[in-house]
Design a protein around this ligand. Structure first.
Ligand SMILES: Cc1cc2nc3c(=O)[nH]c(=O)nc-3n(C[C@H](O)[C@H](O)[C@H](O)COP(=O)(O)OP(=O)(O)OC[C@H]3O[C@@H](n4cnc5c(N)ncnc54)[C@H](O)[C@@H]3O)c2cc1C
Length: 389
């Protein structure tokens, strides 16, 4: 007999999912949103404190193996977690958290040795260590294969030299998941992925960078001067790092999608409240058809993005390659977030331009979506390549 469904969300989510949803939402409402203004002003958030609280609640290892402290749940729970993080009033914190859960640790979990899982994945899941993903360099962003940081084998160690830039959580990280060149040969097998502890001699945070948006997220330039790490900190096999990182990027890019449609919905709901109360030419702005239709168009696109995201979850559950769909989703998420935050700011008029208004933060933060984690142009390139042209 068919299940009785009362709302669309029940098609996808059961009581257990909703329990996780409520727990994450409560955390966002109590522990994150009330602090956002202060963290934005300070240009940093206390990640050790925040991650410890999240780790204690089991939020940092939803999908990871219980052997390492994870919850061992599936992609639908991961989706619920990411959707609720989307209610954070600004993108700096969801990004910092996603670095820990979807950017710096998936490769350790998938390809790392038992030693690396016990030493780094377990404390990352517990919130005892803060992590960063260190790929981008001053001369290598979109073109990852242009990176110049080297890791040279020397006995039972690798010696790291070079620099990384725009590294999220970079001033607070206890370890970096770092992509470095292990061979001068051309081709994708010249790179390896390492876990690099930041408490070793030769590591330096050269600069904390000042940014347009996501201001509460610390972004750093890092420098490595003959930094020796144990050879056992190599993730998986030498020469496979590029491939591991391309796989890890799929988790990163997927993690931006739920936050985008939930963020867009929050922005629209907030804007509708403003339009109802703002009287212009003798009528509430919400009565103007041009504005109502614009909002309706965006809601339609948001629903399309949400359904693409759910489709990807179904594909992930079947173990399918999601590169094509994730690249499309990341592209749409970025475009939509920018369009909705810009368009809604416009509906606020001058008020929207004031820093004291939340919409101005969303507008600033949204700009990053089209750049970070693979820019829009790179997503289009991947889609074209997968399609064979
Ligand atoms: C706030 C912030 C946080 C970040 N966090 C991290 C992090 O934690 N870890 C990390 O490793 N990196 C991080 N990044 C780096 C980010 O991933 C890169 O900025 C991004 O990949 C783009 O690289 P780039 O800045 O070098 O731009 P470039 O590669 O120089 O590209 C410049 C422009 O040219 C376009 N372009 C490039 N190639 C083509 C092409 N073939 N055709 C058409 N257009 C093209 C790009 O899309 C882009 O618009 C962060 C960046 C920012 C701004």
């Amino acid at each position: 007999m068919a299940r009785k469904i009362k709302s669309a969300s029940q098609i996808y989510f059961n009581k257990d999912h909703e329990m996780v949803r409520r727990a994450v939402k409560e955390f966002v409402d109590k522990e994150i949103n009330p602090n956002m203004d202060e963290w934005e002003d300070q240009g940093i958030a206390p990640l050790h404190d925040l991650f410890k609280k999240m780790g204690d609640l089991g939020f940092l290892g939803i999908r990871y193996d219980p052997k390492y402290g994870g919850q061992g749940l599936d992609y639908w729970y991961d989706l619920v977690f990411l959707e609720e993080l989307g209610h954070v009033q600004g993108m700096g914190i969801p990004m910092a958290v996603a670095v820990q859960t979807h950017m710096a640790t998936p490769a350790i979990a998938e390809f790392g040795s038992e030693y690396l899982k016990e030493t780094y994945l377990t404390p990352a899941i517990a919130g005892d260590m803060v992590s960063s993903i260190a790929v981008t360099e001053p001369g290598a962003g979109s073109d990852v294969a242009a990176l110049q940081t080297t890791a040279k084998k020397d006995g039972d160690a690798y010696v790291i030299n070079g620099s990384k830039t725009y590294i999220t959580n970079g001033t607070q990280a206890d370890f970096l998941t770092l992509l470095a060149r292990t061979s001068d040969d051309a081709g994708y097998h010249s790179f390896s992925l390492f876990v690099v502890p930041t408490n070793l001699p030769g590591f330096k945070v050269s600069r904390k960078l000042d940014k347009l948006g996501v201001r509460c997220s610390d972004t750093a330039e890092l420098f490595f001067d003959n930094l020796r790490i144990p050879a056992e900190n190599l993730i998986g096999r030498e020469g496979e790092g590029f491939i591991y990182q391309m796989k890890q990027f799929q988790h990163e890019r997927f993690s931006s999608m739920p936050g985008a449609y939930i963020g867009c919905l929050d922005i629209i709901h907030m804007t509708v409240e403003h339009l109802k109360s703002r009287i212009v030419f003798g009528k509430p702005l919400i009565t103007r058809q041009v504005l109502r239709h614009r909002l309706a168009d965006w809601l339609t696109e948001i629903e399309c993005l949400r359904q693409l995201t759910y489709h990807i979850v179904r594909m992930k559950m079947e173990g399918l390659d999601v590169t094509r769909e994730v690249s499309m989703g990341k592209l749409v998420a970025a475009q939509l977030m920018r369009k909705v935050s810009d368009g809604c700011l416009q509906m606020y008029g001058g008020l929207g331009y004031m820093n004291e208004m939340l919409i101005s933060r969303y507008y600033r933060d949204a700009r990053l979506f089209s750049i970070g984690g693979g820019a829009d142009e790179i997503m289009r390139e991947i889609i074209a390549r997968v399609e064979g042209f």
